[in-house]
Design a protein around this ligand. Structure first.
Ligand code: HEM
Length: 198
C-alpha cells in the first residue's frame, strides 16, 4: 500500500466500468419506459376505462398513443439488452458471488448496532430485489408485445386486464425503488458512493 496517499483518498469507492455503463443505461431506459408507458396507459386507462384515472401530460412522453408506443418499443431494446448484457457480465466476471445480498447482510440486520452496516445491508437487499421486479416488467411486457406468439404468458396471468395491471405495477415499483435506492446509497456510502457510480 502507498503510504504517501492520504488515508481519506485511499477509501474512495470505485466501480467497474461495466457496472457504471449498466447503471447509466438503466436510468435512461427506465425513465423512457416509465414516461412512455404512462402515455400508453392514458389512451385507455386500465383503472376506470376512458373516463378513469389519467396521468398529467408532465409525466408522459410521446404526445399521443402512437408516439408513446414508439418510445416504449425503442427503449425496450435498450432496457432488455442492457439487462441481458449485465446478466452475462456478472456471471462471466463472477461478480454475482459478492455483488448481491448474502447471508452476512441478513446476519447484520439481526446483530449489528452499526448504523452504517445496517444501511448497507438494506441497500443491498433493495438493489437485489429490483432485479426480479425488472424481469417481471420484461416478462409481462413480452406478453403484451406479442400476445399471439406468447399467449401462454397472457394465460398465466388469467386475463389481459390482469396482465396489464401487473405490467403497470412496474411504475410504482420503479419509482419507489429509485427513491429508496438513492436514500440508502447516500446513507451507506455518502455522496462518494453515489458519485462513484457515474
Ligand atoms: C420497468 C420498465 C417498464 C415500465 C415502467 C413499463 C410501463 C408500462 C405502462 C405503464 C404501460 C401501459 C399499460 C396499460 O395501460 O396497458 C405499458 C405498456 C406496454 N409495455 Fe411496458 N413498461 C416497462 C417495460 C416494458 C418492456 C421491457 C416491454 C417489452 C418487452 C414492455 C412492453 C409493453 C407493451 C407491449 C405495452 C402495451 C402497448 C400497447 O398496448 O400499445 N414494457 N408499459
Amino acid at each position: 500500500m502507498d503510504s504517501t496517499v492520504p488515508a481519506k483518498s485511499r477509501k474512495l469507492p470505485t466501480q467497474a466500468i461495466g457496472a457504471k455503463i449498466f447503471h447509466s443505461c438503466n436510468i435512461i431506459s427506465l425513465f423512457i419506459m416509465l414516461t412512455s408507458g404512462l402515455q400508453i396507459y392514458n389512451a385507455n386507462p386500465v383503472f376506470g376505462g376512458r373516463a378513469g384515472l389519467h396521468i398529467p401530460p408532465l409525466f408522459t412522453l410521446g404526445g399521443w398513443l402512437a408516439g408513446g408506443r414508439h418510445w416504449h418499443f425503442a427503449a425496450m431494446w435498450l432496457f432488455s439488452l442492457n439487462l441481458l448484457w449485465y446478466g452475462i457480465y456478472v456471471v462471466i466476471t463472477r461478480r454475482w458471488r459478492h455483488r448481491f445480498v448474502n447471508i452476512n447482510d441478513i446476519k447484520a440486520l439481526q446483530k449489528t448496532q452499526n448504523s452504517k452496516r445496517l444501511s448497507y445491508a438494506w441497500h443491498r437487499i433493495v438493489y437485489t430485489a429490483i432485479i426480479p421486479i425488472l424481469l417481471l416488467a420484461l416478462f409481462t411486457g413480452i406478453g403484451m408485445y406479442k400476445p399471439a406468439q406468447f399467449y401462454w404468458i397472457v394465460d398465466a396471468f388469467g386475463s389481459w386486464e390482469a396482465l396489464r395491471i401487473v405490467h403497470f405495477s412496474s411504475v410504482p415499483s420503479v419509482i419507489l425503488f429509485v427513491l429508496i435506492h438513492r436514500k440508502l446509497g447516500r446513507k451507506a456510502g455518502g455522496e462518494q458512493l453515489t458519485d462513484s457510480m457515474f
